[in-house]
Design a protein around this ligand. Structure first.
Ligand code: GUN
Length: 292
């Protein structure tokens, strides 16, 4: 059994990007500048955005955090987005999701300039990805593809079962795994909350990618031997023994499933750190595109 170490792989990636930034600086070029917009005080979102900004600092990117109160109106948010679109200093930016309920998420994502959409959530970028002309691939699926690539996990002709059909993870993941290439060339089943007999499908899977958000949902008796398991779940579970009052749980019963797996990602330290590294990679790409 091999653990797909996202922490180590993301550090390798960040070091590679930092080298490129250093070379850019030496040539007197502008370094990539990522902005993040955070609306409200969701604890998990604050943590994620904080990690993204710190990662920028570590590798030599410029970063800007725009933190807005929970009561921000849709119009005010759209105004910030318009300013980011028109600010030549900003190469790429993200609007952290979820947004407060009074704001129409789709309207906001449509307002992001596709050339600065380093999350890859705009339909233009999603469509280009789906039609084999990728520009910005959403960071979590991109990170999973990179992990599979760097660990030489065989995906061609394999049956990949994706659990969860979100726009951010499950849907793009199903597209990428079915596309031509390495990794890719999988036969994909995209499952979701209405899927019947999920267990029958997971038992047939060579590769399982779970993005469900139900702690320890995937049990050992739901998988076959030599499976590859990618766990995208990160749920905060109350835990009094921890100083912060919670622990982070994945979608997979790691202790038991890992006994049957060939490859498996841990939580934490698997997909999470890869997401941040790929966002940085997309921002580097955005900078290069703006130079063209
Ligand atoms: N919320 C959960 N994951 C993500 C992500 O990758 N990007 C943004 N913007 N928000 C998220």
């Amino acid at each position: 059994m091999t653990i797909l170490d996202g922490k180590k792989t993301s550090n390798d990636l960040k070091n590679e990007i930092a080298e490129e930034v250093k070379a850019m600086k030496e040539r007197g070029e502008k370094v990539p500048h990522l902005a993040a917009v955070l609306v409200g005080n969701d604890g998990a979102s604050l943590t994620y955005v904080g990690s993204k900004v710190r990662a920028c600092e570590r590798i030599g990117f410029e970063s800007t955090l725009i933190q807005l109160p929970e009561e921000t109106t849709e119009e005010e948010l759209l105004d910030h987005i318009n300013k980011l679109n028109n600010n030549p200093e900003i190469d790429g930016y993200i609007v952290q999701l979820p947004l407060p309920k009074h704001i129409d998420e789709q309207k906001v994502l449509l307002a992001v300039d596709p050339d600065k959409d380093v999350d890859g959530f705009h339909p233009t970028n999603f469509g280009k990805m789906a039609q084999d002309m990728p520009v910005f691939i959403p960071a979590t699926p991109f990170g999973i593809m990179e992990l599979l690539k760097r660990y030489n996990v065989e995906t061609s002709g394999k049956h990949t079962v994706v659990i969860g059909r979100s726009h951010i993870v499950g849907r793009p993941m199903s597209i990428l795994m079915s596309q031509k290439g390495t990794p890719g060339d999988s036969t994909v089943t995209l499952t979701h909350s209405r899927t019947k007999n999920l267990e029958e499908l997971t038992k047939q899977a060579d590769i399982i990618i779970t993005a469900l958000g139900v702690p320890e949902f995937l049990k050992a008796d739901m998988v076959k031997d030599n499976v590859t398991v990618i766990d995208v779940g990160i749920t905060r579970v109350p835990d009094e023994t921890k100083e912060r009052g919670y622990r982070i749980a994945g979608d997979v019963d790691f202790a038991e499933v890992s006994k049957k797996a060939d490859f498996i990602t841990p939580v934490p330290g698997g997909v999470g750190p890869m997401t941040i590294a790929m966002l940085l990679k997309n921002t580097l790409l955005a900078r290069a595109r703006h130079n063209e």
